[in-house]
Design a protein. Sequence first.
Length: 213
Amino acid sequence: MSSTVCCPLCASHHSYPLPVAGKRYHRCLACELVWLDAGDHLDEAAEKAVYDGHDNRVDDPRYRTFLMRAFGEVLARVPLPASGLDFGCGPGPALVAMGREAGYDMVGYDKFYADFPELLARQYDFITSTEVIEHIAEPRAVLDRLWACLKPGGMLVLQTQRVLSDERFKNWRYRHDPTHIVFFAEASFQVLATSWQAELSFPHTDVAVIIKP
């Protein structure tokens, strides 16, 4: 059944309710995005308390291996010298450290842990964002801002698990994190790439790479 709820990614008004475990989710018929109703979001203090409990240390080899799914695309595609931004770097900015170790001019932004708005007024050769966009209530506004921060020919690397069928969504462990409020499908990234006239690829099941013309 179609509703009048507006998709926060593509602005379509064609969606249907997808209630799960007492929470109100919606799914867009145009871009297949799933999002949690705003009335079910945590407040900002509760959201930050969840992040404060994460143990993502800069020197954790397992965490670095996880981040390499995204950062490996940078290493393979972006020659030195180059500048990069890690958006949503968190309290343990491991990917920033990895970028600097590899020779990139790398900085990190995070609204809770590294809130330096001036970094979002610069332009970069690449931007990474790992396990971040599923936490953002207004993903299109944020992603458009990041896109404006990319130089022509620049690369945006987004790491997030992709939603598949409605039935699998209902039983999906990724949904259980209370700070996960937006879930991208492959079609969601395709809509973004089309609107930006950009090249899109999926090197991993949880990584999307979008190249700016």
